[in-house]
Ligand binder design. Structure first.
Ligand code: ATP
Length: 261
């Protein structure tokens, strides 16, 4: 789909602890993600999902522990080297709102450009492929500030893809997307060949889209396993404090029915 995508990388999170201003946000988190795996990060609001992902894409420096991408500690590596390996789509609007969509997408090539910062024909091909994959051709000349939340998220995904990442970090990438674009995100982002770590709120979507699920609770890994092992009535009760029935749906995946009485 995107020309020249490199091999996916393993991600090893070891004893990760982050306590800004004394608040214990992440405590001794261990997680191994195999190359090419799609791992869903679940957990209630405030459980530490975004904080964990920020440690992976080198936004937060952990107070203890480390994140290894193919064996290299991201905080012992140079920022441009990490940017060549790890791309991110966040739930926030991009900072550069005055730029047009195509300028934002092209910024994804910056870690790969030479000293003159010029785009080559190969770079242009990669950008065109990502624009096509994300279906944003009609948005290219629009300033980011005029785009809807879902349009902006697709522009961010295209920017992440042109980075040709070995690891793709997605922080609640579906929160602005309608059903069709959620399904497309699975095809484009989750199956692009990179190792993917994705924070999600919808357990059923996570079960359908991910190979492996990890549930954070109060900054610790509460449980992890296959969708069948993780999406259970017990998890919903113990971690989310809701009553629910979980039974296999027609596709064999866990189907959640919340009890609201
Ligand atoms: N810089 C910071 N300083 C102090 N506390 C922080 C900081 N960043 C995050 N927190 C706190 O850490 C906890 C975890 O936040 P985080 O955003 O990682 O959770 P989350 O699981 O992604 O939540 P949500 O599902 O609501 O997006 C929250 O209680 C949050 O207030």
């Amino acid at each position: 789909m995107i020309p020249g995508l490199p091999d996916p990388a393993a991600v090893d999170i070891q004893g990760l602890t982050w306590h800004p201003g004394g608040a214990q946000v992440l405590s001794d988190v261990d997680l191994r993600v195999e190359p090419g795996q799609v791992v869903g990060l679940l957990g209630p609001n405030g459980s530490g999902k975004s904080s964990l992902l920020r440690c992976v894409y080198r936004r937060h420096r952990p107070h203890a522990g480390r994140v290894l991408v193919d064996g290299a500690d991201v905080w012992a590596s140079r920022a441009p080297d990490v940017a060549r390996a790890v791309a991110v789509v966040t739930q926030d609007a991009p900072a550069d709102m005055e730029h047009t969509a195509v300028q934002l997408v092209a910024m994804g090539r910056i870690p790969h450009l030479g000293p003159l910062g010029r785009l080559s024909a190969t770079d242009e091909d990669i950008i065109a492929a990502a624009v096509h994959a994300c279906g944003i051709e009609a948005l290219l000349d629009r300033p980011a500030s005029t785009l809807s939340g879902g349009e902006r998220q697709r522009v961010q995904l295209a920017r992440a893809l042109v980075q040709q990442p070995r690891v793709l970090v997605l922080d609640e990438p579906t929160n602005h997307l309608d059903l069709r674009h959620q399904v497309e995100l699975v095809h484009i982002g989750l199956r692009c060949g990179a190792t993917v770590i994705v924070a999600l709120h919808d357990l059923q979507f996570a079960a359908a889209a991910c190979d492996h699920l990890v549930v954070l609770h109060r900054g610790e890994v509460a449980l992890h396993g296959t969708p069948h092992e993780v999406v259970t009535a017990d998890t919903l009760n113990r971690v989310y404090e809701v009553k629910a029935d979980v039974a296999p749906g027609p596709d064999g995946l866990p189907k959640v029915s919340l009890r609201v009485d």
